[in-house]
Design a protein around this ligand. Structure first.
Ligand code: TA6
Length: 302
């Protein structure tokens, strides 16, 4: 008799990408080897928690729109990063937004079960393949633990003999009922950079509500924040370790038209809250040391 409380892991190909579909008694998750990117996460009987574009393309060398792309060894536009992070790049034509690893195949280290939970681990060595323009020795690891919650742990290990200066983010896309109706709690009082208004610094007053394109870098952020979604009668609670900055992004109407793999109205159903080490929260990893950034995602009924 098949015991459906036991977790299952199925490897499959979605167009050009090798993927794994994980099914446990609590939820289902889909992820791909490319970028060790979680693509979707949906607790049983609930709306998806992690959003995946309906126009997602599963092509080699192209990050899938949605899920949780890993931005490393820099976040965003390298030129907007601290000088120390910029200085790690030795020049050259290849300098994409959000770093160099989300479009590379990571190595599957292992898949194991822990009772009803499943743990997958992926790794990437910065020396193979050599990251263009970034000739430093590091080992990246992403641990994904699917239990009653979803836990992602991004580890940066310095295997070289000089310090690494990094900015990074787990660029999480969350599914929401309607961006115009949800709020982000927990960032009240935090300073933030308003990237859409000449990178001016502001201070958050109360919960974040959304009335237009939003692309803000919050600084000195707390360990806990949440998306309050009254229509879907839930709160997506985030708890982080090893991060004191976060990016809150919704492209709204106009920018949506300029985004790849993104339908014109997709902005209404998604919200990025990106767990990060950016701006003055950039990261130094000394030789032989390892830094871990942990993100716990839990969907809680109201
Ligand atoms: O994290 C917010 C952001 O930097 C936005 O400005 C937007 O560019 C988004 O990331 C998506 O970037 P991507 O390169 O994945 O299209």
């Amino acid at each position: 008799m098949y015991d459906d409380t036991l977790p299952t892991v199925e490897q499959l190909e979605v167009d050009e990408l090798v993927c794994w579909r994980v099914h446990t008694r609590h939820a289902e998750l889909l992820m791909t080897q490319q970028g060790a990117q979680v693509l979707s996460y949906q607790p049983h009987g609930e709306e998806p928690v992690i959003w995946l574009s309906g126009q997602a393309a599963y092509q080699k060398g192209k990050a899938v729109r949605g899920g949780v792309p890993v931005c490393w060894p820099w976040f965003g536009d390298l030129r907007r990063n601290p000088a120390e992070v910029q200085g790690m790049h030795q020049g050259g034509p290849i300098c994409p937004a959000h770093g160099l690893v989300r479009e590379l195949d990571w190595e599957l280290l292992n898949i194991d079960t822990d009772g009803p939970a499943v743990h997958l681990a992926f790794t990437l060595d910065s020396r193979s393949p050599l990251l263009p323009g970034w000739p430093h020795a590091a080992k990246l690891r992403l641990d994904i633990r699917l239990g009653e919650q979803l836990q992602l742990t991004l580890s940066s290990h310095n295997t070289g003999d000089s310090p690494l200066a990094i900015s990074q983010a787990l660029h999480s896309y969350f599914a929401v009922s309607d961006i115009r109706e949800v709020e982000v709690e927990g960032l009240d009082g935090c300073r933030y950079i308003e990237t859409l208004e000449n990178w001016q610094q502001r201070q958050q007053q109360g919960a974040i509500a959304f009335h237009g394109e939003t692309d803000r870098i919050y600084l000195h952020t707390p360990k806990r924040m949440a998306i309050l979604d009254r229509a879907w009668k839930r709160r997506i609670e985030l708890e982080v370790e090893g991060s004191s900055s976060a990016v809150v992004w919704n492209p709204w109407i106009d920018k949506s038209r300029r985004l790849s793999q993104f339908s014109e109205d997709a902005w209404q159903g998604m919200l990025c809250i990106e767990t990060a080490r950016v701006m003055d929260d950039w990261l130094v990893v000394k030789p032989g040391e390892t830094h871990q950034m942990v993100l716990n995602i839990a969907s809680k009924p109201l």
